[in-house]
Design a binder for this molecule. Structure first.
Ligand SMILES: [Fe+2]
Ligand SMILES: [Fe+2]
Length: 201
């Protein structure tokens, strides 16, 4: 009987060895393959990100020039809307929509990526410029609320234009040179990359 039990145990061990060993082996191979695929996928993703960054760096605009061009465009839109017969044209709605969207995006970009980069040595002028931004944003919201048909529309635009021109004079004459001296070419290029990304978002 003892010998029969022994044979039975031997047979059981053999059966387990035949059934479980290959399964473990298959499972290990699958895990290894999965890890390899994950690693390859990660490498491809990292490479793609590097390539995208290189392309963006090559295409990075001169951010100060881009901001200057936006100042020019905002001024042009204001002039077009302030014309006495502007309300008679169909362009007023289109101009107003572009003016409000462009100006709001412009002010926000400068606050997040330009003024935030200026050292505390110039905090007085930075605070003054940010106060001007607040005033302009407030007036901009009031212009959007009343719309082009309101009797105060032209008056609001004229006041906005005065605020804006005074602010731009200070920004381009004082803030931009401070930024150039403080950040140098690499720092400005990084803001240029952020500028491109913000326009693509
Ligand atoms: Fe500004
Ligand atoms: Fe500006």
């Amino acid at each position: 009987m003892a010998s029969s039990n022994s044979l039975c145990s031997e047979s059981e061990r053999s059966r387990k060895s035949l059934t479980h060993k290959p399964l473990r082996s298959v499972s290990t191979r699958t895990q290894q393959k999965s890890a390899e695929l994950k690693s390859q996928s990660k490498a491809v993703s990292t490479k793609a990100k590097e390539n995208k960054r290189k392309i963006t760096e090559k295409a990075a605009p001169d951010v100060l020039k881009s901001l200057h061009m936006e100042h020019e465009r905002i001024n042009q839109l204001l002039d077009d809307m302030i014309q006495p017969d502007a309300l008679k044209t169909k362009l007023i709605k289109k101009n107003l929509a572009e003016f409000t969207a462009l100006t709001m995006a412009h002010l926000r970009f400068e606050e997040r990526h330009v003024y935030s980069k200026i050292s505390d040595d110039h905090k007085d002028i930075v605070f003054a410029c940010l106060e001007e931004h607040s005033n302009m944003k407030l007036l901009l919201k009031r212009i959007m609320v009343v719309g082009a048909t309101n009797v105060t529309f032209h008056a609001k635009l004229r006041v906005f234009k005065n605020l804006f021109q005074q602010h731009v004079k200070e920004e381009e004459g004082t803030i931009f040179p401070i930024l150039q001296r403080g950040l140098g070419e690499v720092g400005l290029r990084n803001i240029g990359i952020t500028y491109t990304e913000s326009k693509a978002a």
